[in-house]
Design a binder for this molecule. Structure first.
Ligand code: AMP
Length: 213
């Protein structure tokens, strides 16, 4: 099953994708995670991407298209994958269609997670992640027992550079202008399954399972 998780920053795509990995036994492919990993290793790709990410802008299409082209051909993707944060522009979606057509493949479902803008800003600016194990927290909705320390591994919690309020507002504007039109793009292909992204994490996951069954 080849899936796309579509939704604004903070909609919970990454959280839901991680739960879907266990359920469907297919990998999550997050272009944001791949770019952040490249930055951590200080590769030229990561350093170039940082200039865009820090401003809340999208990195150029050709950069992420190249990443995806390589990644979906890897062995662990043979039974499918969950694309999280890609595509984000119509040009990326068209490039993906072309790559998949050449592989005799296609997208099965586009899960569109919908959340109010006010809620997104609250979620994103309160988000914290463990440097060691990657577990996510929220300072209000899901705080750690000890401030700044992971409950699971005692690793240090950090805030993503692009989760400050100004950058968050830019990311949401970029979403409206460049990514939101993708819903219509996939609607015309009859692939969109809309999900109410407000409520508990498990409740939202149950809604996803239901639309995929
Ligand atoms: P995310 O982790 O999905 O919120 O992505 C964080 C940042 O990485 C975005 O704000 C962009 O700067 C960049 N990025 C991730 N995926 C893409 C994409 N498909 N196209 C362009 N930029 C991306």
């Amino acid at each position: 099953m080849n899936l796309i998780l579509l939704g604004p920053p903070g909609a919970g795509k990454g959280t839901q994708a991680k739960m879907m990995i266990d359920r469907y036994r297919i990998p999550q492919i997050s272009t944001g995670d791949i770019l952040r990993a490249s930055l951590k290793e200080r590769t030229p790709l990561g350093l170039k991407a940082k200039e865009y990410m820090d401003k809340g802008l999208l990195v150029p299409d050709e950069v992420v298209i190249d990443i995806i082209k390589t990644r979906i051909k890897e062995d662990d993707c043979r039974n499918g994958y969950i694309l999280d944060g890609f595509p984000r522009t119509v040009a990326q979606a068209q490039a993906l269609d072309k790559v998949l057509a050449a592989m005799n493949s296609g997208i099965d479902h586009v899960i569109s997670i919908e959340v109010d803008k006010g809620e997104l800003i609250k979620r994103l600016t309160g988000r914290r992640t463990c440097r060691q194990c990657g577990r996510g927290y929220h300072v209000i909705f899901d705080p750690p027992v000890n401030k700044d320390l992971c409950d699971k591994c005692q690793g240090e919690l950090y805030q993503r550079d692009d989760d400050n309020e100004d950058t968050v507002r830019n990311r949401l504007e970029v979403y409206d202008a460049q990514t939101f039109p993708l819903i219509q793009y996939y609607r015309e292909k009859n692939l969109v399954r809309s999900i109410d992204g407000q409520g508990g994490i498990q409740q939202i996951f149950d809604r996803i399972i239901q639309v995929l069954s």
